[in-house]
Design a protein. Structure first.
Length: 157
């Protein structure tokens, strides 16, 4: 739709790349994803680094395969020759957080969404260096076909 000029812009998550064919990109913010757990799996959070191979033996709660986060996570597992087989996948983050708090497994989500629980030591981040945890949230647009309203919004952001 952006290519056909049916949309002024697209706001989406993407990796650290910042070039998209014939489009301009404005990075709105960088976001971090992380694996996290409750007290039941706290021993993993105390390790210096947990491999994806080791993590694959635990019950994982992640977003569904159509989400950007899941595609990136699948790719990271594939690079390590490890198969990602979550016990459940979801369309949004809230049920992952809820079920991890109840002890059903280890979740993967936006770190910013669970930061209050991490700060209060209700949840624990699991250190996993084999994942691409930093991503961009940005606006992709074609400057030649940008409406006045969209231009103003981009300048505000």
């Amino acid at each position: 739709m952006l290519e056909n000029h049916e949309l002024d812009m697209v706001i989406r998550k993407f990796g650290m790349e910042t070039s998209f064919r014939n489009f301009s990109v404005k990075i709105a913010s960088q976001i971090t994803h992380c694996f996290f757990c409750n007290e039941d799996y706290k021993e993993l959070s105390l390790k210096k680094d947990v491999s994806l191979e080791e993590l694959s033996h635990y019950p994982l709660l992640v977003l569904n395969p159509s989400s950007y986060e899941r595609r990136a996570l699948d790719n990271d597992f594939k690079k390590q020759n490890v198969k990602l087989e979550p016990i459940m996948d979801f369309t949004y983050h809230a049920p992952i957080l809820y079920l991890v708090k109840l002890g059903y497994g280890i979740g993967y989500t936006l770190k910013e969404t669970i930061q209050p629980e991490l700060d209060k030591k209700e949840l624990y981040q699991i250190p996993v260096s084999q994942v691409s945890s930093m991503h961009n949230l940005g606006i992709i647009y074609n400057a030649k076909y940008l409406s006045i309203a969209a231009s103003k919004l981009i300048s505000i952001i």
